[in-house]
Design a protein around this ligand. Structure first.
Ligand SMILES: CC(C)(COP(=O)(O)OP(=O)(O)OC[C@H]1O[C@@H](n2cnc3c(N)ncnc32)[C@H](O)[C@@H]1OP(=O)(O)O)[C@@H](O)C(=O)NCCC(=O)NCCS
Length: 160
């Protein structure tokens, strides 16, 4: 399928309360210590927080992937990105990252940052493709199993 046709096939829109069941299912399949439903509900009320979902534009409106990020001054911090296990390696996380980077550029941010498990080679590769580089380590960051987090940073061109 041509790239433009594929792009039209999907939409990225702000999460609604109706999406929470789908998000919780992806969350449960994706993380050792999944966040609770309440965490996502609270995000809806924070001015600086965004949870955006990727869906097929038509037909089945199930959430295929989502991203949670915060705008803090000149930085966008990505808290969470995940795709449904049956929808992985289809470019959905890439679409969401491009969406977040475009958001950061529109808001004249200097940085996009995130933490990732040291062992999460797939995610580290994905972020590397978009120019994120490792800039530090937070030892024992993931308290459920004491795994280190790698801090990754994408520097955006400085606004003039
Ligand atoms: C990591 C994750 C978000 C990637 O989502 P995705 O929609 O499958 O990613 P994409 O299809 O956009 O992948 C883009 C590229 O990233 C890299 N990549 C993604 N997953 C990979 C994996 N499991 N192994 C190796 N490389 C991987 C590849 O380079 C891939 O390009 P390719 O498919 O052409 O080889 C998904 O596997 C996931 O939800 N994992 C569990 C949650 C998680 O770990 N989130 C990251 C937290 S920091």
């Amino acid at each position: 399928m041509a790239t433009r046709e594929r792009q039209r096939r999907f939409e990225i829109v702000p999460m609604k309360a109706d999406d929470l069941d789908d998000i919780m299912e992806i969350e449960r399949h994706s993380f050792r210590a999944p966040w609770s439903r309440q965490v996502f509900v609270e995000e809806l009320d924070r001015d600086w927080a965004h949870v955006d979902v990727l869906k097929e534009r038509r037909g089945d409106t199930a959430v295929l992937a989502f991203v949670n990020y915060w705008l803090v001054r000149d930085e966008v911090h990505v808290l969470n990105v995940a795709a449904h296990p049956e929808a992985r390696r289809n470019g959905h996380a890439s679409r969401l990252l491009e969406h977040v980077i475009a958001f950061a550029n529109r808001h004249k941010c200097r940085y996009v940052t995130l933490e990732v498990r040291r062992s999460n080679a797939g995610a580290i590769r994905l972020y590397g493709k978009y120019g994120f580089r490792p800039v530090g380590v937070r030892p024992n960051y993931y308290v459920e199993d004491n795994e280190d987090a790698i801090v990754m940073l994408l520097e955006l061109s400085t606004p003039v």
